[in-house]
Write a protein that binds this ligand. Sequence first.
Ligand code: XMP
Length: 493
Amino acid sequence: MLPCTQKLSQLSWKPKGVILSGGPYSVYDADAPHVDPAVFELDVPVLGVCYGLQEIAWNHGKNVSAGERKEYGHAVLNVTRHTDAAPHVDVLFSGLDASLEVWMSHGDKLASLPPNFVTIATTANAPFAGIAHKDRKLYGIQFHPEVTHTAKGKAIIENFAVKLCQCRQNWTMERFVDTEIERIRAVVGPTGQVIGAVSGGVDSTVAAKLMKEAIGDRFHAILVDNGVMRLNECEIVHETLTKGLNINLTVVDASEEFLGKLKGVTDPEVKRKIIGNTFIEVFQREAERVVKESGGAVDFLLQGTLYPDVIESISFKGPSATIKTHHNVGGLLENMKLKLIEPLRELFKDEVRVLGTNLGIPEDLVWRHPFPGPGIAIRVIGEVTPEQVAIARKADHIFIEEIKAAGLYREISQAYAALLPVKAVGVMGDKRVHDQVIALRAVQTTDYMTADWYDFDGKFMRKVAGRIVNEVDGVCRVLYDVTQKPPGTIEFQ
Ligand code: XMP
């Protein structure tokens, strides 16, 4: 993974192929980034995706324009085969049906076919949804093969990597675990110590368990209760990590400190910053205590960084134009002179789950829906007070409890209840009430970059809504969010 402006003359190796990814710019913008034209002279296969397709067109005649309408979400792709053309032209979609479900997310499109290219796929809104050069292994596709909702996306990438670039497929999870444990032992040394925060989520738990396997109790885990976690979360995490997984864990209750600082704050990005910064302060305090008590120097900080985080941080401008400011504990590195250790940085979420299962982590935890660092604070829209948190927490618990009871938890990737800062009118016990509104959201995704809402049946919805208005004081209405991502993000804020 390299920034798109990488100069090829500065690379000491030759790639077997190049994939030009999507991006937020328009190729015709004055400040748009452009690839080194040498990419097209390398004589290796090149696949451009979305912005990458437009970049190929830009390099071959500049025929790119703003689409009349933006296209986000599902589309049907019709593959055009060219049996009379050079054999490489049809390889990208070889072995696949003539009609494919794909995911689009773009505003620009090709105005015309660049010279010497043929169309290999179309959609109703994109006449050049896939193009290939007649003589060279140069391909562009308008849709995103890398996201879950492009059903045959992996097969398309495999066709490119294996059939066109002749790459070998030799990565296995078993080999990954063995080499990662060896690598951790070599990096940390025979007496080195590591600290790391755990949240009860699958990433930090798997990272912690991997450290435990590699260096035993020289790994110190810290769980910070920030007051905006789910119902009974700290107790459950404590029980699972210490009793179940034997991890050396300290729990710190800092809920008052967090909620105190969140008082009066409504801006979600400010909430994120406050929670991120307070987390660093609390963690730092605790880490210093653990260092003192453990008697030896702690040199390393464990982070459960996944590959999507790595992708976000690689950009021609430095860390990318982030969609949201996800918190991290980067500040600690300078203050405590800690070195970062990130054993999961090459993995995606679905791979972390396989790894967790291989390491003996209980199913419940491995399949736990992700939960954002700022927790319920970004699901209470408006001011975060202990009372509002309690309402959102209770509604969320009911929703998840019913999802589990209906056997749907694994089918759904992420579900939660958000509390909206509006009052709606209701009739309760013959009295008119003005109470708050709960919005439920449940989505299916594997990469969390695109997502579709989950289609519950009416009976289920009726039961959940009934329980929430009956059991949660202060709520008189329940809504269900039916927005796809994009454009709607998974979280409300
Ligand atoms: P969005 O809302 O961007 O979320 O579609 C994608 C995934 O990221 C999670 N998320 C966060 N995680 N800190 C986190 O640690 C954050 O500030 C944050 N915001 C969103 C979200 O829950 C989903 O899994």
